[in-house]
Write a protein that binds this ligand. Structure first.
Ligand code: AHG
Ligand code: MN
Ligand code: MN
Length: 335
């Protein structure tokens, strides 16, 4: 039997390999992975733990918080605040940034996360996940401010997600391709199960919430309409549709077998650029997808080039198989 490579070894080798990741970043990723393990255990308990249902509170975006949203947020903060690798954190579940308390050493990195993605699926036992993004703290001796987080996605130094499904899978990039790790529950360790993940450039599978169709803009309507016409239409092939309603699960399927995911701007709330959040959903996922050979845009420009203006900024998202994303983007940007 070939030797198993655990996450720790993978990260140590990344560090040794021309110093691809500094020791502090290695520690950070280990700590995030450990937090994901704890969240995975809480998720698995389900009705046997105090994890189901609503927490009777709202987050900054006006969304009802589930108990697990809050638990996952606390687990990530507690795991990360004392190690000396971070200066501050930001989360979907916290209005402002969280500064590492000054009783702990201050590190060079900023961590952003969506602690629990796919909240509506918790109580129905469907895959959910955690998404995270790592940035470097800008140079200088002054304390960290919210504006320090407002860096475009192309400046991320690490990004990943962990999907809590039939298996718990951690998917990671440090800018050198995408690696996948499966949690061995008996051993409590993440084991490398795929390296150099590649997303096929073409696909016959799309993911979009079709119930919003009447609110879409013309380019998205045209794209989906052409897919729906199947073999007889301009695309000349039949398409399949999937929508889990957990971005992690939909992105993970695309990582595994290709596809295109759309959560576009729509007319329900015309002043909002979209539903998903740029800094801790679209940026990390966009970078992972690009690192696996796919593409990610907001219909008009590359997600990773968007200069964020606020921490909880929303964005229209089209990502996945390269040729399909380029097609939808070209419908938004006619020559
Ligand atoms: P979150 O649970 O972190 O708020 O994110 C939910 C997001 C995303 O995971 C998913 O793709 C989308 O919301 C589902 O939206 P609909 O309910 O409109 O399908
Ligand atoms: Mn989310
Ligand atoms: Mn969330």
């Amino acid at each position: 039997m070939s030797k198993r490579v655990f996450l720790t070894r993978y990260l140590v080798e990344q560090q040794r390999h021309d110093g691809r990741i500094p020791p502090e970043l290695r520690l950070l990723l280990e700590v995030v992975a450990r937090a994901c393990k704890r969240i995975s255990l809480a998720v698995n308990k389900g009705a046997l733990g105090e994890v189901m249902g609503s927490a009777d509170s709202e987050n900054v975006q006006g969304e009802v918080q589930k108990k697990l949203d809050i638990i996952a947020n606390e687990v990530l903060i507690e795991a990360n605040e004392w190690g000396g690798h971070l200066a501050a954190m930001a989360s979907e579940e916290m209005e402002g940034i969280y500064l590492v308390p000054n009783r702990y050493p201050q590190g060079e990195y900023l961590l952003l996360f969506d602690p629990l993605d796919g909240s509506s699926n918790i109580d129905v036992n469907v895959s959910i996940g955690t998404i995270f993004s790592v940035l470097r703290k800008p140079e200088g001796d002054r304390g960290v401010e919210e504006s320090d987080f407002l860096q475009p996605g192309c400046q991320q130094v690490a990004a990943g997600y962990c999907v809590y499904g039939p298996q718990t899978t951690l998917v990671l990039t440090v800018g050198d391709g995408v690696a996948m790790f499966t949690l061995d529950r008996e051993q409590g360790s993440f084991v490398l199960t795929e390296e150099n993940v590649r997303i096929p450039e073409d696909t016959k599978e799309f993911a979009i919430n079709m119930s919003n169709m009447r609110h879409w803009d013309e380019p998205v309507r045209r794209y989906i309409d052409e897919c729906l016409q199947g073999k007889e239409g301009p695309r000349g092939k039949d398409f399949n549709m999937r929508w889990v309603a957990s971005m992690v699960a939909d992105v993970h399927r695309i990582m595994t077998r290709g596809g295109v995911f759309l959560y576009p701007w729509d007319r329900r709330e015309p002043t909002k650029p979209g539903k998903l959040r740029l800094m801790y959903e679209a940026n990390p996922m966009g970078w992972l997808i690009e690192q696996a050979g796919g593409a990610a845009t907001n219909g008009r420009q590359r997600i990773l080039d968007i200069a964020p203006r606020t921490l909880h900024e929303r964005v229209s998202v089209i990502l996945g198989s390269k040729n399909e994303v380029e097609r939808v983007t070209s419908y938004h940007n006619p020559l």
